[in-house]
Design a protein around this ligand. Structure first.
Ligand code: SF4
Length: 239
């Protein structure tokens, strides 16, 4: 497995339970607003042996491994990697962009994940702009995301849908996303962090702020069982 980084401790990723966050290298999107650029490069990453040593030593302190990226589902060896983590007794939360629905279904069937957090980046009409691809190349990808959404809504595994919201998305865009994904168990609005973006020009877009997003949440909340607002995470130092 290509590991780009490790956040050794977090209380903010699973209902206050002590977790670590493992960043797998590489991504199939090029979101211009992405703050995770450092996690694309396996060369600067962590040796897998060192990661397993860390995980084996932390089983009495940590309860959860969050698998992030990059995009974890691009790695064919993800099932074996997660099997090793589950065998150590950890719960697993997977962060994904939803582009590989079959991988989500297979991991769930094999009891290798306990929670999926799926990023819905934009309304369909604006997806290309926000993932860095020509809009007219996205039919297949959008159908994959639709399949991932349909899979999650079957309820085989606990999940949330989430969207990072900065001024590159208008409130009307958020409403269009809501009409696409509703109803759903949980939807979260994440306040954009304008620092360290993949496209430096996207640093000019601003966050709306938590209060504004909370007012938006109050309007869209009836479409979801739970709807919340969070600050976007700028992950601290790695390794
Ligand atoms: S924000 Fe986009 S480019 Fe960045 S890791 Fe997520 S899917 Fe990949």
């Amino acid at each position: 497995m290509l590991i780009a980084g490790l956040q050794k401790f977090s209380l903010g990723d699973w209902a206050g339970e002590p977790a670590c966050v493992i960043f797998l290298a590489g991504c199939n999107y090029q979101c211009p607003w992405c703050n995770y650029v450092d996690y694309f490069d396996p060369v600067a990453g962590l040796e897998e042996k060192a990661l397993w040593k860390f995980l084996e030593e932390q089983t009495d302190k940590l309860k959860v491994c969050v698998i992030s990226g990059g995009e974890p589902t691009i790695h064919p060896d993800l099932p074996d990697f997660l099997r090793g983590i589950k065998n150590l007794g950890y719960k697993v939360k997977l962060e994904t962009n939803g582009s590989h629905p079959q991988m989500l279904a297979d991991l769930t069937k094999d009891n290798l994940i306990d929670f999926i957090s799926l990023d819905v980046k934009a309304p369909k009409e604006k997806y290309g702009f926000l993932i860095g691809f020509p809009q007219d190349s996205l039919n297949y990808l959008l159908s994959q995301i639709d399949q991932s959404l349909a899979f999650l809504k079957k309820g085989s595994v606990d999940y949330e849908l989430k969207t990072t919201v900065g001024t590159f998305l208008t409130p009307d865009d958020v409403w269009q996303i809501v009409h696409w994904i509703k109803p759903a168990k949980k939807y979260s609005l994440i306040n954009f962090q304008p620092r360290g973006t993949l496209d430096s020009g996207f640093g000019a877009f601003e966050p709306y702020g938590l209060e504004y997003l909370a007012r938006l949440r109050d309007k869209i909340a009836p479409f979801f069982e739970t709807c919340e607002v969070r600050e976007g995470a700028l992950r601290p130092g790695l390794f």
